[in-house]
Design a protein around this ligand. Structure first.
Ligand code: ADP
Length: 241
């Protein structure tokens, strides 16, 4: 699913969180939204998700204007930094949730749901944990379950807000490799928010650098690495005088 963001502006009271954002994301791309805190990354992600309405501009999915449509029509999966798993539900129930709450006409039956949940547990390498509760899992395991839950509804677009930010370095690396592999194997379009330059350079097909609500640079990791115009990235790459 391609995503076209055209002239998006968003203010909160008098504060301009995003100004005139134009961005085309191709089907199958893994795009990182990189930038310092407060640069508008989450706001842009929420607008793509349909969780926030822009003041101006439009969001086009595969050529179709979705600006006025609600989240459910966008076929997006969403993964947050802090897992947001349902504490009172087992891993199985958490992953099955999105399928169970579908309107009755398109709700799969129990066996189909069960097959799908175990398939997803395999995909995120969490077989054997179906009956645990979130409190019995490590941070990395919880985030794997959150990814499985987001993928349960077979989204065409996966939106991730600092998905690995709260995890330790080794787990973070494993999960970003996993996200890369998912992209190499499935036709899914993803946008992930990060303030971790290394993460963006490591896994993204393209990096979009936001600064004070505007796009400062768009490029492949190689292009950004070779020509870092944002001081945030520039400093990270060790180019400080
Ligand atoms: P980032 O994800 O890059 O840290 P955000 O998109 O979360 O940035 O926020 C951009 C700016 O907009 C911040 O200054 C933030 O305080 C402000 N902002 C975001 N959401 C709201 C809101 N619901 N109400 C008021 N201000 C907001």
């Amino acid at each position: 699913m391609s995503i076209e963001i055209a002239n998006i502006t968003k203010s909160f009271s008098s504060f301009k969180a995003l100004s005139h954002i134009d961005l085309k994301i191709n089907t199958g791309e893994l795009v990182a939204l990189l930038g310092p805190s407060g640069s508008g990354k989450t706001t842009l992600l929420r607008i793509i998700a349909g969780l926030e309405t822009p003041d101006t501009g439009s969001i086009i999915f595969n050529g179709e204007d979705h600006t006025e449509k609600n989240t459910q029509d966008r076929k997006v999966g969403f993964v947050f930094q802090h897992y947001a798993l349902f504490k009172h539900m087992t891993v199985f129930e958490n992953i099955a949730f999105g399928l169970k709450v579908r309107p009755s006409k398109i709700r799969p039956n129990k066996d189909v749901i069960s097959k799908k949940v175990y398939e997803l547990l395999g995909l995120v390498k969490m077989e054997g944990l179906a009956n645990r509760y979130p409190s019995q899992l490590s941070g990395g395991q919880r985030q794997r379950i959150a990814l499985a839950r987001a993928l349960a509804v077979e989204p065409k677009v996966l939106l991730l807000d600092e998905p690995f930010g709260a995890l330790d370095a080794k787990v973070r690396k494993d999960l970003r490799r996993w996200l890369r592999k998912l992209h190499d194997e499935y036709p899914i379009t993803s946008v992930f928010v990060t303030h971790d330059q290394e993460e963006a350079l490591d896994v993204a097909d393209r990096i979009v650098i936001l600064n004070q609500g505007q796009i400062e640079q768009i490029g492949t990791p190689e292009e950004v690495y070779d020509n870092p115009i944002n001081p945030f990235v520039y400093n990270f790459l060790g180019n400080v005088n």
